[in-house]
Ligand binder design. Sequence first.
Ligand code: 7RM
Length: 647
Amino acid sequence: MKETVTAALYAPSADFVRRAHVKGLDEWRVLFERAQNDPEGFWGELADKELYWFEKWSKVLDWSNPPFAKWFAGAKTNISYNCLDRHLDGPRKNKAAIIWEGEPGDQRILTYQDLHRFVCRFANVLKSRGFKAGDRAVIYMPMIPEAAIAMLACARLGIVHSVVFAGFSSEALKARIQDLEAGLVITADGGWRRGKEVKLKLTADEALAECPTVRDVIVYRRTGSEIPMMDGRDYWWHELDDTVGDHCPAEALDSEHPLYVLYTSGTTGKPKGILHTTGGYLLQCTMTMKWVFDIREEDAYWCSADIGWVTGHSYIVYGPLSIGATSVMYEGAPDTPRFDRWWRIIEKYRINVFYTSPTAIRALIRQGDHWPNEHDLSSLRLLGSVGEPINPAAWEWYHRVIGKGRCPIVDTWWQTETGSIMIAPMPGAVPLKPGSGTLPLPGIAADIVDMRGQPVAADREGFLVIRQPWPSMLRTIWGDPGRFKEQYWTRYPGVYFTGDAARRDADGYFWILGRVDDVMNVSGHRLSTMEIESALVRHPKVAEAAVVGKPHEITGQAVCCFVTLKKGDHDIDSLAQELRQWVAHEIGGFARPEEIRFTDTLPKTRSGKIMRRLLREIVTSHSVTGDVTTLEDLGVITKLAAQQEEE
Ligand code: 7RM
C-alpha cells in the first residue's frame, strides 16, 4: 500500500468550498476538536439546534451501563414529526419531498404536504386496526413511496418497523417475522424489476403460513396482478385508506424509543436484528446529510440504494427528509430498459448529489462510456460511494466520466450497526485520496488497534474500532443482548469492534481493508458464510459445506461453495444448478452462489473445524502458503489446489 502515502490529493475547488456547509480544514478542525474535548456539549448543542423536541433531555449521554447507551434520555421527540410536520409552516410546504420513478417509467412527485397527509392517513389506518407503540410491523415492499410512507407512519406512532428487502425469500422473511413476533405485515401485490413482476404477496403468503403472530396483512396495489387475499387477515391499503381522516398527531416518544430493527448477517447462521432508536439516530443522520452530502435547499439528491438496506433507511428516508431535502427514489434495475437508465434519471431530474456503490459503478463501467456520455450530467456537484472499499480504477472513472472531474467523491464508511456515516470527508474541507474514506467525522472516536487493543503505528494494518459511544449507534441485537455484548464489546472492553481491518496513513487517513470475520461482501451486501453453509446442509444430498468469498471483478466478492455430498449417485452438473437455486430460495436471489465445487473432504483442523482460511487462499491466490500445521490431512489441500489449476 505504498500508494497510500504517495496518492494524489484532490482538493475541492474554491467555488465548492465557498458554498459548503463546512469550509476548509480549519473549520473542520474546530468542529473536530470541539467534539473531542466535549462530546456531550457538542452533540447536545446540535440536537438543540437541528431537531424538534417536545421535551428536552436531562442528560445528553447516559453511559452508566455499557454497552447499553442512552442518548438524550428523558427527552421526547418524534422522527416523523421531524421529517414532515416541522417543514410545513415554511417554504418547504410545497417542495418535493420524494420524486419517484417506477421502472416502467411512471412518475410521482410528493410534496412535503402530500407526504405528511399520506403518512397521517396511513398512521390512522394502523391505529384503526389496533396497532400501537411498541408493536412490530414487517415491511416487505418494492421501492415505491408507500415503503417510505409505511416507515414514517410506524415511526409516527412508535410502532417498531423492520423492512425486509424485497429480494429476500419467503424463508428469510419468515425467520424475521418470527424473530420479531410481528403482529403486522405491510406488503404489495408486487413490484417491477427488469421488466418482470416480483411477486411479493405470493412470497409473503408462503412465509405467513408459519407466522401465527401476524394478525393483519396490509397490501398496497402496485402491479395490479391477481393475488389471493385471505379473509379476516389481508386488507387492501386503498380500502382501509377510504375509512380514515387526514389528521393524526405525532406521538411524543422517548428519545430511546425503538425505531426499527434491521437484520444483517453476522458470523453465525442466524441474522442479527440490529436495533436503532429515535433521538440519537435522527441527529446523526441529520448531521451527516449536511456534513458529508453538503445538501443545499434547492438540490435534487439521489441515493440509489434499496430501502431494504440501512443505506435506504438513513439516506433515502430519514436523513434527507429530516433536513427537508428532495429525495429521488427509483424502483427498478439500472439496466432497464437499457444501460443508461441511471444517467437518464440524473439528466431528467437534474440530480445534484448522487450516492451509490462501487459494485454498481464497476458494473456500469463494463457497459462502456458511451452510455453516460450520451447524457447531460452537468447538474452533478457531488458524488458518494458506500458499501465496500472503492478501488482506485473505479474511483477515477466515477470522478472523470460521471463527475467530469468537477465533483468531489465522498467515500463513506459505516455499517448497519453504526446507523449513519462514521468515516467520510466533509467535501468542502477534506482533500480526497481515491480509495480512502479519509477522516472520522466529528465526535467519532475511530482508531486502529492490534490484537491487544493497542493503537498501531501509521501504515500498519489493524482492527478498526470506535472508542466512544456515538448517537446513532445500535442499542442491542433484538432479543439477544448477550450476543450484542459478545459480538461487539468484549474483544476490547468498552470499545466497539467493527469487524473491519483498516490502516491509517501518515496523514491520518483511514483505508478500510475489508472484513476480518466470516462475513462476505457481495455487491455491497453483507452475507454470512455460515448462513449459506446452513442453507446448503439443509439440502438432503449435502453432507457438509464450506463457503468463502472469492474475489470478483464486479461484485467485489462472489460466493464460492465447497460441498461434500452424501453417499449415492449424483449428476454433478445438474446438482450444482440445483444447489445454487436452493440457496437462492432459502435466502434470496442475491445470495445465489457463483460457484459450487464438489470435493470428497474439506480441510479441517484436528479438532474438526473447517479451515476456511485455506479455502479462501485457494480461491484467492490459487495456492496455499499459510500455516497448515493444524491441518489434519494435507492431501486434501493439494487435491483442492490441483483442481483449481485445471480450471
Ligand atoms: C452501509 C453499509 C458494512 C460493511 C463494513 C465494511 C463495508 C461499507 C464501506 C465499506 C470500505 C466503505 N452497511 N463497507 N462502506 N468498506 N469502504 N466506504 O454498507 O452493514 O451492509 O455493511 O461494509 O466492511 O463493515 S452494511
